[in-house]
Design a protein around this ligand. Structure first.
Ligand SMILES: Nc1ncnc2c1ncn2[C@@H]1O[C@H](COP(=O)(O)OP(=O)(O)OP(=O)(O)O)[C@@H](O)[C@H]1O
Length: 359
């Protein structure tokens, strides 16, 4: 699968721009702030129906304009997939596949798998559990429709349960029967999601360890462990034991929306004890593992997007990583960098065919 053409109108700093891509490697080079990341983000948008960097879609309309259009032509299994995402200020975003608008954006997820490696990945280590859950959800959703649909249902019921808890508090009332309806539903969806997360990690963690070893060339013991209260009890039991707490807090304090991952190197948390280099290698291994996992599950080679790769690592490390990319298991790649010469020297080693776009 590859992205053949991309047209942007009023997307972030671009008024009107057209690209025709190489089936293998494509690089965007230029000074800081010229829009390299913005093009990569537009490509991400075509795959996920939203920006990677700015989730408030209306803010992606070019300043002083009132709409944007991202238009991409992909080739997948010898067929053309024409995806257009557009937004007019004040209206709802529309995503069309081959001329037909999606009723549910979630139907689009997984059609055009993509993995992005960007400086923002550091949030996976540095920030709270929500970024790690988003990572898990994002990886599984690209190859498991049932997971995504169940997650949407879970989140809807969760928000309804939270509204009910607020209602109880405001009106000084309580209705256990009413709450029990939501508990049952959360239990049904949450149990499935928990099981799928566990199954995912059973496959994913060994791939991650392999990738970390290949990237660092050493034998440090890296571990990812799944932290979930559902390991010891059912979600129904959990919700019943935390009911008083939930009423006091006016939100649901337990469930799969509290699951987390713990990252360790040689038994010490990466966040506190990992060197910068170790943290960067850890993140790249996570993303490469994501790539291989999705490829295996969806039987489609994801597009790989490497934003500002030199921000993460020195030139030797990047060359080493690129040498890992340099094989047939990777498909189309998009790279951004500020130095044209450095990028060209690097990409020559990936595939013989490449294109450099100077922005
Ligand atoms: N909605 C918008 N309208 C107009 N310009 C925007 C909008 N959103 C972002 N920009 C501009 O896009 C530019 C940033 O582009 P981008 O992040 O793609 O740069 P870059 O080339 O990747 O830079 P760096 O090398 O520093 O990462 C900034 O100048 C920013 O002001």
């Amino acid at each position: 699968m590859h992205l053949h053409k991309l047209s942007l109108i009023n997307y972030k700093n671009f008024s009107s721009e057209n690209f025709e891509f190489d089936t293998k490697t494509n690089c965007f080079v230029g000074h800081n702030g010229v829009g390299k990341t913005n093009v990569l983000d537009a490509i991400y948008h075509l795959s996920f129906g939203k920006s990677y960097f700015n989730p408030i879609t209306s803010q992606n309309i070019k300043h002083n304009e009132d709409f944007f259009v991202i238009d991409g032509v992909f080739k997948k299994n010898k067929k053309e997939e024409h995806i257009v995402s557009s937004l007019k200020k004040g209206a709802k975003k529309i995503i069309k596949r081959n001329g037909k608008a999606y009723e549910r954006f979630s139907d689009h997820i997984g059609l055009l798998p993509l993995v992005i490696i960007s400086p923002y990945d550091r949030d996976l280590i540095a920030e709270g559990s929500v970024t790690r859950r988003k990572f898990i959800d994002g990886v599984i959703s690209q190859s498991d429709k049932e997971y995504l649909i169940t997650l949407i249902k879970y989140n809807k019921v969760l928000s309804q349960r939270n509204s009910l808890l607020k209602y109880f508090a405001i009106n000084h009332t309580f209705d256990a029967t009413n709450l029990a309806v939501y508990n049952e539903q959360l239990n049904e969806y949450g149990t499935l999601l928990f099981k799928k997360r566990q199954e995912f990690l059973d496959t994913f963690i060994p791939i991650f360890k392999e990738q970390y070893k290949a990237i660092t060339n050493n034998t440090e013991d890296v571990t990812i462990s799944f932290e979930s209260k559902l390991k010891d009890q059912t979600l129904l039991q959990l919700l019943e034991t935390t009911v008083d707490k939930d009423r006091a807090l006016q939100y649901t304090s337990s469930g799969i929306h509290k699951d987390d991952l713990s990252f360790k190197i040689n038994d010490y948390p990466v966040k506190k004890f990992g060197s910068q280099g170790q943290q960067k290698s850890f993140l790249i291994a996570l993303k490469f593992a994501q790539f291989h996992f999705i490829k295996e599950q969806s039987k489609t080679t994801p597009i790989l997007v490497l934003d500002d790769i030199f921000d993460k690592l020195d030139e030797n490390r990047v060359s080493h990583i690129i040498s890992l990319v340099d094989n047939e298991s990777f498909g189309q790649i998009f790279i951004s960098d500020t130095h044209a010469e450095r990028t060209e020297n690097l990409v020559k080693n990936i595939h013989q065919s490449y294109k450099i776009f100077k922005l």
